[in-house]
Design a protein around this ligand. Structure first.
Ligand code: FAD
Length: 547
């Protein structure tokens, strides 16, 4: 009997895998945003990165790292404490590829100073592309890069750690950081009784010899195989930031005892631990009693990365949806040629165009902050607003992207189910939605003149765009209200939309016009595809999104 006699059907009308694509050059809004905000000189390197990260091999690593989740090995076979996490080799490979491209350190010089020029914009483009493939491993990557901002408060420690942080090597060996080819850093702030209100931290620090001994717990401490953590604990002068390495200076394993790994909705390749410190060695970072002021330097950068990663997840959702729609026929016509599907996809494309323009504009502000007070004010006011708006828009966006693939979108073999499960976390950690809105209000009250100047600047940059004047006035009125906290979500959302229109105006004025007409002059419906764009605009948006 021949093999074909068993064939029940022919497989056709399924889209081919969306792999072996150049994640950079196939994304015109990204290419243009990088250029508009100063990073154009790195187009070649970004193209190399985009081809590599868009390869089928990297997609396979992302899948394997999430299907084979990390395991806590708290004890060895004889009952001795081990406190190690085992990861699938694919996780280590992803870490190595990101480290090799400097995603964990390229915004710093080897001395730990801001690298300047367009280092933030260029690194953000890499982070954005990597997030389209695998986001779990980006947790230690982002924390390592951000930790340098807090370590800067302790110049001696910065000088000792920077030579190891600044290499492009990933060294997963469980060994003292000062003996390694490269190192990663995490952070421990959240305790059972409070993550937002870290002043309620109960973990205690007691001076002992040259350092401190820390006793207490953390309810969430991600990437537990990092070589060191920046940890908040109560010292005599108050809440203080500490550098807690996995190995004490004498080379012994530090008293960091992992209790469990969290069983999480998404972010599964990354381990997030519950941990106890049993008199663990640590040394203070920055002024004692001013721990929040020190660690917030780090948190500001991880918030920036949350927005970049969420924009990357949405880009991936859009690209997969568009790719599928161009190959899948329903009623003898490709989905991409059906007017209603075009309405959905083009509206989504407009959202992604604005999101990438906005995060790149923010990164430009980070690049310019050391020399420009105006840009520092932009960064201070807009980081929480942009984290709020971009991160919170990702889950409904990815749900819609999944639906564009029909049933295939909902199945784990595709990447969209993973992206969807991943997407809420960027809004929750590093300051949840309401906390971001309160942070904008804080910036407004503490630096009112600078914040007002930013609002004026955004007003000028959106001059003539539909609905811009009304939005500026609404924001001003809401923030002036004595009960501004009650309307903070409304005002912060509008502030982010205005900033997005201003950023997009620098990249593609026509698309800024479309964005403003559908998001500033009108309230955008909670569903995509409900705006009435001209057929030529629909075509252009989709062609820009994916040629
Ligand atoms: C996967 C994962 C990994 C994590 N990894 C780490 C880590 O490595 N290190 C670490 O330190 N933490 C980590 N966290 C913890 C995370 O940062 C906290 O969960 C987060 O900051 C929220 O704190 P909480 O859970 O205590 O919630 P709460 O602080 O209790 O907040 C609950 C809700 O109340 C809202 N809220 C808070 N204050 C106000 C207010 N004044 N007005 C109105 N609303 C308010 C918040 O926006 C939130 O929606 C992780 C969390 C997750 C999910």
């Amino acid at each position: 009997m021949t093999k074909s006699a068993f064939a029940t059907h022919e497989v056709f009308n399924q889209s081919p895998p969306f792999e072996d694509v150049d994640l950079f050059t196939s994304d015109r809004p990204l290419v243009e945003a990088v250029k508009a905000f100063g990073g154009g000189a790195s187009e070649k390197e970004l193209g190399d990165f985009g081809r590599h990260w868009g390869s089928a091999a990297m997609a396979a690593r992302g899948r394997a790292a999430n299907e084979n989740t990390p395991k806590l090995r708290a004890f060895d076979a004889r009952g001795n404490r081990r406190d190690e996490i085992e990861f699938h080799p694919a996780y280590h490979e992803l870490m190595a590829h990101s480290a090799h491209a400097g995603v964990h350190n390229s915004t710093w010089t080897v001395e730990g100073k801001p690298a300047g020029a367009a280092a933030e914009v260029q690194r953000a483009a890499r982070f954005y592309m990597a997030a389209q493939v695998e986001t779990g491993h980006l947790c230690p990557i982002t924390m390592t890069r951000a930790s340098v901002a807090a370590l800067a408060s302790e110049p001696g420690l910065l000088a000792r750690t920077m030579p190891v942080i600044a290499t492009k090597s990933y060294d997963p060996s469980f060994a003292p950081w000062w003996t390694k080819r490269g190192m990663t850093l995490g952070m421990g702030m959240t305790e059972k009784q409070g993550g937002t209100d870290v002043r309620a931290n109960m973990t205690r620090a007691v001076r002992a010899g040259d350092g401190y001994r820390i006793t207490g717990h953390k309810w969430f401490m991600s990437a537990p195989m990092c070589d060191a953590f920046l940890v908040l604990a109560q010292a005599d002068p108050g809440l203080t930031c500490f550098f807690m390495p996995r190995f004490a200076p004498d080379g012994s394993v530090n008293a960091i005892q992992f209790q469990r790994l969290k069983d999480k909705l998404g972010n599964r390749s990354n381990a997030s631990s519950e941990v106890e410190f049993v008199g663990a060695y640590a040394q203070p970072v920055g002024e004692e009693g001013k721990g929040i002021r020190t660690i917030i330097q780090m948190v500001q950068l991880t918030r920036q990365d949350c927005a970049i990663a969420s924009a990357g997840l949405m880009r991936s959702g859009l690209a997969h949806a568009l790719h599928h729609a161009r190959h899948r026929s329903v009623f003898q016509k490709h989905l991409a040629d059906q007017p209603l599907m075009q309405a959905v996809l083009s509206d989504m494309a407009l959202h992604v165009e604005a999101s990438i323009a906005l995060v790149m504009r923010l990164c430009q502000a980070f690049d310019r902050t050391p020399e420009d007070a105006g840009e520092a004010a932009y960064m201070r006011l807009l980081t929480p607003a942009i984290k709020y708006w971009v991160c919170k828009s990702a889950p409904p966006f990815l749900y819609e992207a999944m639906e564009c693939l029909g049933g295939n979108g909902y199945v784990e073999e595709g990447i969209l189910a993973r992206h969807y499960r991943e997407s809420p976390v960027n809004a929750i950690w590093e300051g949840s939605g309401n906390v971001m809105c309160l942070d904008v209000l804080r910036a407004l009250s503490r630096e009112a003149d600078a914040a007002l100047a930013i609002l004026r600047q955004l007003s000028e940059e959106t001059q003539g765009l539909p609905g811009a004047d009304e939005t500026v006035s609404l924001i001003g009125k809401a923030f002036r209200r004595s009960d501004s906290e009650r309307v903070a979500r409304l005002a912060v959302g509008k502030l982010a939309l205005l900033a997005a229109a201003a950023a997009l105006n620098k990249v593609s004025p026509h698309h800024a016009e479309l964005f403003a007409a559908t998001r500033l002059a009108a309230t955008h419906a909670s569903m995509y595809g409900t705006v009435d764009l001209a057929p030529s605009d629909v075509r252009a948006l989709l062609e820009r999104a994916l040629p």
